[in-house]
Design a protein around this ligand. Structure first.
Ligand code: NAD
Length: 267
């Protein structure tokens, strides 16, 4: 950015869906430090205001990315005037219901699929024509270790995260001839408020001490540790930079090596 938060004409642009907090915001900060103009569409108005205060006035818009029409409207507001997108991170994702498959209601199934999977389609279909015209671009689909291993009681989340990997491979094939690279990222449990909420909820539902659930989750990874949002951002910066030039169609775990996501306390 130039002084006053105005964009420079030839500045590379990164769009991160749901980037106003969590992993997305950490990636936005890292990409901004690398010189990118960073943009987000996020449902949380307070977080969007804070994002604009940090990165500039025209950088964020309140948008529920699970809704194709809202994405189209946000696109008009945010992107069309920029004329380019160099990096897209399809980052939006909610945990969804934690229930046996037969107890999941249709509405929460659809909400999770719309947010975690359909949003990536809604945004990518708009970004690709710009990237094709530039003959360059990087798309990163935020999957999860659940997208490779499965995860009991998380059916719609797993369905969406598994699809994020399939789409990364498919789009890598489709877009490679235009010098557009597409990869899927699989964080394991990331330390922070979100995993704390998941642990609390899981412990309450099972009627056990949250520390037992925390230890259960830690043991799922060979390194017995949660990743940090910074660990994900470092991988993002590597993939968009010179080191990532020949990396496409890959699924990259940032999870200390997940061995299994089986999470039964009594097995
Ligand atoms: P988060 O819960 O911290 O939320 C990040 C942002 O998403 C928030 O600003 C929120 O307002 C926004 N958001 C939620 N629903 C939205 C919607 N419909 N439209 C627009 N914005 C919306 O998320 P996070 O932990 O940073 O996770 C980011 C991504 O990483 C997700 O796809 C998640 O599935 C994936 N992931 C996270 C973890 C983890 O442990 N945190 C692990 C593996 C994968």
């Amino acid at each position: 950015y130039q002084e006053g938060g105005e964009m420079m004409a030839d500045q590379a642009v990164a769009l991160i869906t749901a980037g106003a907090s969590g992993i997305g915001l950490t990636c936005a900060r890292a990409l901004s430090a690398e010189g990118y103009a960073v943009l987000t569409m996020d449902i949380n108005a307070t977080a969007v205001s804070a994002f604009k205060a940090e990165f500039g006035d025209q950088t964020a818009v309140v948008c529920d990315v699970s809704d194709a029409e809202q994405v189209l409207a946000a696109w008009g507001q945010l992107i069309e005037s920029r004329g380019r997108i160099d990096v897209l991170i399809n980052n939006a994702g909610i945990a969804g219901p934690q229930q046996p498959v037969e107890e999941i209601d249709v509405e929460s199934w659809q909400q999770t699929i719309n947010t975690d999977l359909n949003s990536a389609f809604y945004v990518t279909r708009l970004v690709v024509p710009l990237m094709k015209a530039q003959r360059s671009g990087v798309i990163l689909n935020m999957s999860s270790s659940a997208g490779r291993h499965g995860c009991p009681l998380r059916s719609p989340y797993v369905a969406a995260k598994w699809a994020a990997i399939g789409l990364a491979q498919t789009w890598a094939m489709e877009l490679g001839p235009w010098n557009i690279r597409v990869n899927a990222l699989c964080p394991g449990s990331v330390g922070g408020e979100r995993i704390d909420r998941v642990i609390e909820r899981d412990a309450t539902e099972r009627g056990v001490d949250p520390e037992a659930i925390r230890n259960l989750y830690l043991r799922q990874s060979s390194l017995r540790a949660f990743a940090s949002a910074e660990d994900i951002a470092v991988m993002v910066c590597f993939l968009v930079g010179p080191g990532g030039q020949m990396i496409s169609g890959q699924t990259l775990g940032i999870d200390g090596h997940t061995e299994s996501l089986a999470n039964w306390l009594d097995a």
